[in-house]
Design a protein around this ligand. Sequence first.
Ligand SMILES: O=c1ccn([C@H]2C[C@H](O)[C@@H](COP(=O)(O)O)O2)c(=O)[nH]1
Ligand SMILES: [Zn+2]
Length: 194
Amino acid sequence: MLVSANTSVLTEKSQKRVDYLQWSDYFMAIAFLSAMRSKDPNSQVGACVVNKEKKIVGIGYNGMPNGCSDDDLPWNREADNILDTKYPYVCHAEMNAILNKNSADLKDCTIYVALFPCNECAKLIIQSGIKEIVYLSDKYHNDYKMVASRQLLDMAGVKYRQHIPQHSQILIDFDSINIPVGKHHKEPKSVSSP
Ligand SMILES: O=c1ccn([C@H]2C[C@H](O)[C@@H](COP(=O)(O)O)O2)c(=O)[nH]1
Ligand SMILES: [Zn+2]
């Protein structure tokens, strides 16, 4: 299902929109929006750290370290020499989100991330005090790094759960703010609220 900001399902009584984004879709969408900044040609990963008050306290995506040119470093997945691949150089999305934090600490926060965190990110997550991981893809489930990650997270009592989005796509329409009053699309009255 595709939802856009200019689609308004209105309740008859209060006229309040009812098709607004749920919190978890909102935070995951922010992680995915952040991932759109990534130069990685294969996996664009975004992460968004949220505190108990549902405030965003850190955002990041996978990219080369500050001051290290992402034109000069390799983006290959494979090469005869590992030093000619991206893996030794790229900063993971979780690392960037944690280091970019704008609060004193990340105790009891939740991290929303596009891809299940690897073992190195699991260590950072644990040490930072983050207590929950909400991830979308688990495409490397059987990789030893993810096996080690789950082992560490289980030992440290960090919960993790896969996010099932309410909408498979979310459209951002910059024109929606200019739609005149009364011209917003209205769904039939029979539509039930989420
Ligand atoms: O926990 C993780 C694991 C990986 N990443 C980043 C690192 C790379 O830029 C990509 C993975 O590339 P593949 O080509 O899919 O191997 O994802 C991350 O940010 N966080
Ligand atoms: Zn990682």
